[in-house]
Design a protein around this ligand. Structure first.
Ligand code: ATP
Ligand code: MG
Ligand code: FE
Length: 340
C-alpha cells in the first residue's frame, strides 16, 4: 500500500510517500528562519507556516514521487508529541485528505517515527533493536520489540534534551540558532580535552540523561573567562561540551544493547546528524560487536517520510485505523506508536 505521511509537530511541514520500506517522495518546508531571531520556535508562527505550506508541500511530494493523490491507500499523520497548534494543522489536513479520498487515517507517534525512518535507508529493522532518540525535545533510550506495537522506554532525560542543550550552549557562545550545526562545526577545530565539563548521570546505573548541569558549567566557564578578561576559545568550549554529550549518549546506548542482549542500535532525531556522535557511536559499536544504523542527516531531522514509514508498519501490522475523532496529544507517550 502507498502511504502518505504528514508531519507538523514542530517547525517543519513534512510530507512523505512510502511503500513498505521504499521511499518515494519526501518534501519538507521549514519555518526555522522565522524563529531564528527568537532563539527558539514560536508556536503561533509555526502553526501559521504549516497552514500556508501544507497544500503546496503535499503537491510537491506527489509530483516528485510521480503519483496522484488518488493512488494513496492510507494517510498517516503525527498525532503527538509536539506543539498543540502545530499538530492540529497536520491532523486537520490529514482528516480532510482521508475523508475526501475515502481512505483510512492513522494518527502515529512522532518519536517512534524518528526510529521507523531508518527502514527507508537500511531495510527492515531487526527485532528487537535499541534506539537512541536524540532531538530538540527528547533524549530517550528505547527497546523496540516492534515498531507498530511494542516500544518500551528504558530511560529519558530528566531535564534538557540533547538538542536543547546544543541550542542553549550555542546561545551562550553567540552562535546562531539552531545550535547543533554551528557547534558541530566549531568543535572540529577545537580541543575536546582543553576543558573538562561534567558528564550528567554518568555511571548512575540508569538509562536516564541530564544535560542542564553541563549547560550551567559552560555558562560558568564563559562568565569566568569574561570576568578574567580572557578571550573565549569558542572552538575548545564547543569541542569539550560536545565530547561530554556524545560520551554519555554512546556509552549508555551501548550498555543498553549489551544488557538486553540486542545487537542492533539505531540512532535518530536531529542530533543524530552530529558528526562526533556518529563517529564515536561507530567506534563503540564496532568494539562491542553491535550493528549501528544511523539514517542520513536529512532523514534524522523532522520529515513526513518518517511518519509514512511508521504508517506503513502500522498498516502492515493490521492495526485498526483512527477515527475522524482523532485528537492531538502534545505528550503522547512513546509506548503508543499508534494514537488511540
Ligand atoms: P522532537 O523530535 O523531540 O519533537 P524536534 O523535532 O524539534 O524535537 P529535530 O528536528 O529532530 O527536533 O532536531 C532538531 C535539533 O537537532 C536541534 O536542537 C538542533 O540543534 C539539533 N541538531 C541538528 N543538527 C545537529 C548537529 N549536527 N549536531 C548536534 N545537534 C544538531
Ligand atoms: Mg525542527
Ligand atoms: Fe522530531
Amino acid at each position: 500500500p502507498l502511504i502518505l505521511g504528514i508531519e507538523t509537530s514542530c517547525d517543519e511541514t513534512g510530507v512523505g510517500l512510502v511503500r513498505g520500506c521504499e521511499l518515494l517522495g519526501d518534501e519538507v518546508a521549514s519555518s526555522v528562519d522565522q524563529h531564528a531571531r527568537f532563539g527558539g520556535v514560536v508556536p503561533e508562527v509555526a502553526s501559521r507556516a504549516h497552514l500556508e505550506a501544507m497544500t503546496p508541500t503535499v503537491r510537491r511530494a506527489l509530483d516528485s514521487a510521480g503519483v496522484a493523490l488518488s493512488d494513496v491507500d492510507a494517510i498517516a499523520v503525527t498525532a503527538g508529541p509536539g506543539l498543540a497548534g502545530a499538530l492540529l494543522v497536520g491532523v486537520s489536513a490529514a482528516k480532510a485528505y482521508a475523508m475526501a479520498l475515502g481512505k483510512p487515517l492513522y494518527g502515529v507517534n512522532h518519536l517512534v517515527g524518528h526510529v521507523a525512518v531508518d527502514q527507508l535507508e537500511h531495510g527492515p529493522l531487526p527485532k528487537p533493536a535499541i534506539a537512541l532518540l536524540v532531538s530538540g525535545g527528547h533524549t530517550s533510550l528505547l527497546l523496540v520489540n516492534d515498531l507498530a506495537t511494542d516500544v518500551v522506554s528504558l530511560g529519558d532525560t530528566v531535564d534538557d534534551a540533547a538538542g536543547e542543550a546544543y541550542d542553549k550552549v550555542a546561545r551562550l557562545l553567540e552562535l546562531p540558532y539552531p545550535g547543533g550545526p554551528p557547534i558541530d562545526k566549531a568543535a572540529q577545530r577545537g580541543n575536546p580535552k582543553a576543558i573538562r565539563f561534567p558528564r550528567g548521570k554518568w555511571g548512575d546505573g540508569t538509562y536516564d540523561f541530564s544535560f542542564s548541569g553541563l549547560k550551567t558549567a559552560v555558562a560558568r566557564h564563559v562568565e569566568d573567562a569574561d570576568r578574567g578578561g580572557e578571550p573565549l576559545v569558542v572552538a575548545d568550549i564547543a569541542a569539550a561540551f560536545q565530547e561530554s554529550v556524545v560520551d554519555v549518549l554512546t556509552r549508555k546506548a551501548v550498555d543498553a544493547c549489551v544488557e538486553h542482549g540486542v545487537s542492533t542500535l539505531v540512532i535518530s532525531g536531529g542530533v543524530a546528524a552530529n558528526s562526533s556522535l556518529r563517529e564515536l557511536a561507530r567506534q563503540r559499536c564496532q568494539e562491542a560487536g553491535i550493528e549501528l544504523r544511523v539514517p542520513r542527516p536529512r532523514l534524522c531531522t523532522d520529515n513526513g517520510a518518517m511518519i509514512a514509514a511508521l504508517g506503513a508498519e502500522v498498516v502492515a501490522a493490521g492495526l485498526p485505523p483512527s477515527t475522524l475523532d482523532l485528537a492531538t496529544d502534545t505528550s503522547l507517550p512513546v509506548e503508543h506508536p499508534l494514537a488511540v
